[in-house]
Structure formats: structure tokens, C-alpha cells
Design a protein around this ligand. Structure first.
Ligand code: SAM
Length: 239
């Protein structure tokens, strides 16, 4: 079972998220454990302060190192051989998350996800207590909570037994160096648009070939970069 501890100043954001849909199923069936912690529980002043103004001036506030490092060490132990969980800080400056990264992370037994806010986290907390920084893309959100949810949901899908039919994962975008092609359901015709006849033919071989062609075509047209990067990384992993 994978355990994920989340450190945030907005624990309430995770309530419905951990209860509903695929993450809720993973948690209820005991395949995933998610514990959400309020960073303010590790503050020591009466105002439960987690931020302060930046040294050197400039806009916004910075997350203080003391409560963050205390929280991380309480949940994962000190950095080094005694560490009990991999600690990941969500940050636009981190390595970009992709499916290969999720496949690596799901093999961990325990993760701690650190959600930043404001202008980010005091660098000393990152260096002293964080194992890796992870970005969910080249854009800036106001906090690490939505990025942490993206990581948790991406991982929940990969925990064995959570997605009922493992084949649905195997054929999805990014499982190989391709995107999945188009999908159709009833009715066979909608507003003058017919479902491709091969999908109604009952010929499973022809359907598989058509799906493979569509998948290659979609990838070539929409994300030709995947054919280089994911393909190259896959080959690197196998060598
Ligand atoms: N000052 C930072 C910068 O320019 O790189 C941005 C800080 S952002 C407003 C506040 C927090 O949101 C970050 O510390 C991080 O936890 C989270 N965050 C924002 N965008 C993110 C992204 N693309 N990936 C992961 N985390 C992100």
C-alpha cells in the first residue's frame, strides 16, 4: 500500500478530493492512504505564523523554514538513511511531472507532498528537508495543493487494483510514446456525424489496427515531441 502525507495550509481543500471518485475508491479499498496535515500545527507562536517577508525586499511573502522542516521531519524523519518517506515539494521550478515519473513514484512505499504558497518556500527548507521538487507544468498556480492533487490522482490510477480493468490503463495516452486516439459511444449517428464504420464491424482485428493507426496519427499531428522524448526515455530505461 502506498501512503501519502500532504503538508498544506489549506487541508480542507483535500476533503472532497480524497472522498470522491478514483482517489476515494483507492482510499476506501485500503490500497492508498492519504493523510493531510495542517502546517500550522508545527508553528510555535500564538499567531501560528507560516510566512514572512522576503530578505532583500520584493513582493509577497515566503514560507518560513522552521515549521516546514519540523513538519517534514515529523512525517519522514531527517534527510538521509533514516528517512522513511520520499519528500517531494511541488514547485514550478521542479522537474516536470510526466507519466514515466508517476510510474517511478508509485513504486515508493511512502511519499510526503509539500504544498507551497505565497512566493514559495525558504530555500534552506528545500535543501535541508526536501528530496525532490516537482512541477506539473510551465505555468504558475497560487499554491501546491492542486499540483499535489494531480500527483495523488495520477498515482491512485496506477496502484494495482484501483482501476477495475487494467487494460484501460495500458491503452491510454503516455503509456507508450503515443496519445490514445478518438473514442465513440452510442448513438451511431449524432447531428449528422457517423461513428467510423470499422467500430461497428465486429471485426476485432480491424478495430485494433484502426485504433493503432489513429493513435499514431494523433501523436504525429498533435504531439510529435512525444515520439522523440518518451521514446528516447523508454529506450534509455531499457538499456
Ligand atoms: N515564486 C514562484 C516562482 O516564480 O517560481 C511561484 C510561487 S507559486 C505562486 C506558490 C506555490 O504554488 C509554489 O510554491 C508551489 O508549491 C505551487 N505551484 C505553483 N505553480 C506550480 C506548478 N506549475 N507546479 C507545481 N507547483 C506549483
Amino acid at each position: 500500500m502506498l501512503r501519502i502525507d500532504v503538508i498544506t495550509i489549506f487541508p480542507g481543500l483535500f476533503e472532497a478530493f480524497c472522498d470522491e471518485s478514483i482517489v476515494g475508491i483507492a482510499v476506501r479499498t485500503g490500497r492508498l492512504e492519504v493523510a493531510v496535515h495542517d502546517l500550522r500545527d508545527w508553528t510555535t507562536d500564538p499567531h501560528r505564523t507560516v510566512d514572512d517577508s522576503p530578505y532583500g525586499g520584493g513582493p509577497g511573502m515566503v514560507m518560513k523554514p522552521e515549521p516546514l522542516v519540523a513538519a517534514i521531519e515529523a512525517l519522514a524523519g531527517p534527510k538521509g538513511p533514516e528517512r522513511t518517506a520520499r519528500v517531494i515539494a511541488l514547485s514550478p521550478q521542479g522537474e516536470r511531472l510526466d507519466q514515466v515519473g508517476l510510474e517511478g513514484m508509485v513504486k515508493e512505499q511512502a511519499l510526503v507532498l509539500v504544498c507551497g504558497r505565497y512566493e514559495g518556500v525558504d530555500q534552506r527548507a528545500i535543501e535541508l528537508a526536501v528530496d525532490a521538487e516537482l512541477s506539473i507544468g510551465d505555468y504558475v498556480l497560487s499554491g501546491g495543493e492542486v499540483p499535489a492533487m494531480a500527483v495523488i490522482e495520477g498515482l491512485a490510477r496506477l496502484v494495482p487494483g484501483v482501476v477495475g480493468n487494467p487494460e484501460s490503463i495500458a491503452t491510454e495516452s503516455f503509456q507508450g510514446p503515443t496519445l490514445e486516439g478518438p473514442q465513440y459511444t452510442r448513438p451511431a449517428e449524432f447531428r449528422g456525424q457517423a461513428v467510423p464504420p470499422v467500430l461497428l464491424s465486429g471485426d476485432h482485428g480491424a478495430v485494433e489496427r484502426w485504433r493503432a493507426e489513429q493513435s499514431s496519427e494523433y501523436t504525429r499531428r498533435r504531439r510529435p515531441d512525444l515520439l522523440d522524448t518518451r521514446g528516447a526515455r523508454e529506450r534509455e530505461k531499457q538499456s
